[in-house]
Ligand binder design. Structure first.
Ligand code: GLN
Length: 385
């Protein structure tokens, strides 16, 4: 057996969701909505399932979806791309795996920002890459010039950036993106940008793709996901946007991971990407309202809430909330004794974890959030000093 996987625990997302189901707890852990989805997108999939092909889609994706992804980014983000830049994958996690497999050779250094999505490091290690970390810390989670200067060397071949960022809910600011772009260009590094949360942004903020910065289009591999855009996380429809010189080798990796992706879901995702601006604005407004509701309830319960600029997530700072426990202990007792699942941030670090912050998913119905708040209030009481 490969020791990397043989010695690895099941992901915290799966473990916490499993516990929540087993114990009948409210699940504010794993990031998935419980309030439904756009009916018209699902209807388009149903129609395609009954009336269109159920055989293999083309390896790089249905032409209609590759066109729709390119059109969508031209329209929403001003990227100058065509369908030849797009490869469809079975979810963003597959896109990340394909990209890392194709871009990293043994011995290559890969720069990552902690906290991070749990798939990155094992995939880098499996490719023989050497991870280098920049550690971001609350409450600002900023990428500083000092940290970049200390971490960046010409041996770094790939930088993996996730913005808007899971689990901190930060959208990296223009000055941070500019600085990172400068380092990539100066050191001839490629950027892999996980932008699955690009539409889930609040308070009038606009997502800026790193590929839009001068000199970055030719060295950026951008990843997107229909699951997050349409509240359809089970569909596992993702995509890669990259210049052909990078996209072609990544497609070779994709062909031996999953080869191709369900055609009906691709057709529906293409339909969804063409929806008018009103859909995206309303989706953001509803999620921002859920965020505000959770933040107000938790503040009332005495929790210190950190800002959430985008994503489905909000963090609470246990230390600042007067909870005398680390994040893992708090989450374990919260799910077992108070009936609410949350995720400890320490699980998102490969080394030197910040261990006093907890991530909560607010992409939930009002009643789920109401019960979640009451149970978190009860969880806090378990640690009363
Ligand atoms: N992206 C989801 C989250 O952060 C989890 C996905 C998964 O469970 N693999 O909650």
């Amino acid at each position: 057996m490969n020791p990397l996987f043989a010695n690895m625990p099941t992901s915290i997302f799966t473990r916490m969701s499993g516990l929540a189901t087993e114990l009948g707890a409210i699940n504010l852990g794993q990031g998935f909505p419980d309030f439904g989805w756009p009916e018209d997108v699902v209807a388009r999939a149903a129609e395609a399932l009954l009336a269109e092909s159920n055989q293999y889609a083309p390896m790089r994706g249905l032409p209609v979806l590759r066109e729709a992804v390119a059109d969508h980014y031209r329209r929403h983000q001003g990227l100058e791309i065509g369908s030849e830049h797009v490869t469809v994958t079975s979810g963003a996690t597959e896109a990340i795996a394909a990209a890392i497999s194709a871009l990293v050779s043994p011995g290559d250094e890969v720069l990552l920002f902690q906290p991070l999505y749990d798939a990155y490091v094992p995939l880098v290690l499996r490719a023989g890459g050497v991870p280098r970390f920049i550690r971001l810390t609350p409450p600002d989670w900023r990428i500083t010039a000092e940290a970049l200067a200390a971490a960046f060397t010409p041996r770094i071949r790939l930088v993996i950036l996730n913005t808007p960022h899971n689990p901190t809910s930060r959208m990296f600011a223009d000055d941070e993106l500019r600085l990172l772009a400068e380092y990539c260009i100066r050191n001839d590094a490629i950027a892999l940008t996980d932008e699955v949360w690009e539409h889930v942004v609040f308070d009038g903020r606009r997502h800026v793709p790193l590929a839009a910065l001068p000199g970055m289009a030719e060295r950026t591999v951008k990843i997107g996901s229909a699951g997050k855009i349409f509240s359809l996380t089970g569909w596992k429809i993702g995509w890669i946007v990259a210049p052909p010189s990078l996209g072609e080798p990544i497609a070779k990796a994709h062909q031996f991971l999953t080869f191709a992706t369900a055609p009906n879901l691709q057709t529906a995702a293409a339909f969804g990407l063409g929806k008018e601006d009103g859909y995206f604005t309303a989706m953001r407004a509803a999620l921002a309202e859920a965020r505000d509701f959770l933040a107000a309830g938790l503040s009332d319960a005495g929790f210190a809430c950190l800002d959430a600029e985008g994503t489905y997530f909000m963090c609470i700072d246990l230390e600042a909330s007067g909870v005398a426990a680390d994040d893992a202990t708090f989450c374990d007792r919260a799910v077992r004794e108070a009936g609410v699942a949350a995720l400890p941030l320490s699980e998102f670090y490969a080394e030197a974890p910040v261990n006093h912050v907890v991530r909560l998913c607010f992409a939930k119905k009002r009643e789920t959030l109401e019960t979640g708040i009451e149970r978190l209030r009860a969880a806090k009481r378990l640690f009363a000093r």
